[in-house]
Design a binder for this molecule. Structure first.
Ligand SMILES: NC(=O)c1ccc[n+]([C@@H]2O[C@H](COP(=O)([O-])OP(=O)(O)OC[C@H]3O[C@@H](n4cnc5c(N)ncnc54)[C@H](O)[C@@H]3O)[C@@H](O)[C@H]2O)c1
Length: 440
């Protein structure tokens, strides 16, 4: 099948590459000429495990191409995926300007039947707006070319995106037009060979499903974070509580890890956008307002522990920081808790020496010109002469460190662990003070 993917970011690049990998002819469009240049020169603009080799393989096979040429992109695919960003607007609602610009481009140039698929996370009712935007463009041209608009929200996780796309838990498709439904079934057939994973529904339900899933996951995290803070006050250990709860199959173990808050390009904005959608519909989602408020508090929980230990004035101190990405296996730092902690430490006069296996280039861009932030080439390099260590991202390489070496490097033998990576006995045995989240 001929497929166009509009927006070649985390979702667009992964989706386009995986669709090419099963034999489709895919053209990826982006308005960011630099991104397309990097891809056309054999590079890759993001870090995502397994993606680079797959991009190269499919490019070499002639099934995957990249362009900034809108007209050529619209002409190419019978299926036009919209995978552009939907960042939060000032009022928390999803900013649809990129989605609607992409839709207008399709309407402006299409000459035959197109299925336009909203893969970006978009509020309920967006498919209607996309349909209207295309209709307006066609009307201006005085043509009546047929098209369908479908909702196909994406559930891939950064860090495991290729695997998620190739072996999805489910593929949600909201579509009402039989011709579009047939095409979507054909498109996804290779991804569900051992059992049916397609969940077909109406467009509005599909749009809401994506927000519902992300809001639920964010709720579990904030719930556990608040409980962890309470456990600390009560002298209980949240890790025992987590085991005790998670063993109930009605609850399960997933997404019950307490920590220093969730970040990323999805949960924060999607929780806000769903709240906003609800308010516009005349209903308040009280739980979600609390989920977000709890997360804001939690992003500063390590700061609180550091201040309790070292006092409010941190001038002259240096903190080693392990982990910048909002989660492991990605270089994405959008809304990352590390940014909140670094901001707090700088505001209190401290310096930060940070290490991350893949996100340093992104951090250098974000903190450009910020004299208080420097970067280290290894976890141990980050520690030299630092007052203490703060851990913000649970990268695998941090899981089993040499605690004796950590102690010998730090000026004060203290670890503030925002991800509960260690059995508290281990760092303590090495003579380190250890401050995890919600543990004794
Ligand atoms: N990142 C994730 O893990 C994830 C997972 C599921 C869903 N989503 C959703 O998918 C959407 C995309 O997210 P992302 O993380 O891939 O964003 P991203 O910022 O990485 O990529 C978006 C790309 O779209 C391009 N773009 C913007 N307007 C364009 C236009 N008119 N034509 C062509 N290209 C255009 C941008 O230049 C950018 O490269 C969002 O709605 C997001 O909520 C993201």
């Amino acid at each position: 099948m001929k497929i166009t993917v509009i927006g070649t970011g985390y979702v667009g690049l992964v989706s386009g590459t995986c669709l090419a990998d099963v034999g489709n002819d895919v053209l990826c469009l982006d308005v960011d000429a630099n991104k397309i240049r990097i891809l056309n020169e054999g590079g890759i603009p993001i870090y995502e495990p397994g993606l680079e080799a797959m991009v190269k393989k499919n490019e070499a096979a002639g099934r995957l191409r990249f362009t900034t040429d809108i007209e050529a992109a619209v002409a190419h695919g019978a299926i036009q995926f919209i995978a552009v960003g939907t960042p939060p607007d000032e009022d928390g609602s999803a900013d649809l300007q990129y989605v609607l610009a992409a839709a207008r481009n399709v309407g402006r140039h299409m000459t035959d039947y197109k299925v336009v698929v909203d893969k970006s996370t978009v509020p309920v009712g967006t498919a209607d707006k996309v349909r209207a935007a295309i209709a307006e463009e066609l009307a201006q041209r005085g043509v009546d070319t047929p098209y369908s608009v479908v909702s196909n929200p994406e559930f891939l996780k950064e860090g495991a995106a290729v695997e998620d796309f190739m072996k999805p838990d489910r593929i949600v498709v909201g579509a009402e037009d039989p011709r579009a439904i047939d095409l979507m079934r054909e498109l996804y057939a290779p991804f569900q060979r051992n059992h049916e994973r397609l969940i077909m529904m109406d467009v509005r339900s599909a749009e809401l499903t994506k927000y519902a899933a992300n809001a639920m996951l964010a709720t579990r995290i904030s719930f556990m974070n608040e409980l962890a803070n309470l456990a600390e006050k009560l002298g209980a250990d949240i890790e025992h509580v987590r085991h005790g709860m998670g063993s109930d199959p009605r609850i399960g173990y997933h997404f019950l890890y307490p920590g220093c808050g969730y970040g990323g390009s999805c949960f924060p904005k999607d929780v806000q956008a769903l709240e906003r959608t609800a308010r516009e519909a005349g209903q308040e989602l009280k739980i979600l307002a609390a989920v977000e408020a709890a997360n804001e508090v939690q992003k500063h929980v390590l700061t609180g522990k550091i201040v309790q230990h070292f006092g409010a004035d941190l001038s002259g101190r240096t903190f080693a920081l392990w982990g910048l990405a909002f989660k492991p296996n990605t270089d994405d730092m959008r809304e990352a808790p590390s940014r909140a902690l670094i901001g707090d430490l700088l505001a209190r006069g401290a310096r930060v020496r940070a290490y991350d296996p893949v996100a340093i280039h992104e951090a250098q861009r974000i903190f450009e010109g910020e004299a208080g932030v420097e970067f280290a080439a290894s976890p141990m390099d980050a520690l030299a002469d630092a007052d203490a260590l703060a851990i913000v991202t649970e990268w695998k390489e941090f899981r089993s460190p040499d605690f004796d070496a950590i102690k010998s490097q730090l000026r004060h033998p203290v670890i503030f662990d925002g991800r509960n990576l260690y059995d508290p006995a281990h760092p303590r045995r090495a003579g380190l003070e250890y401050f995890p989240i919600g543990r004794k």
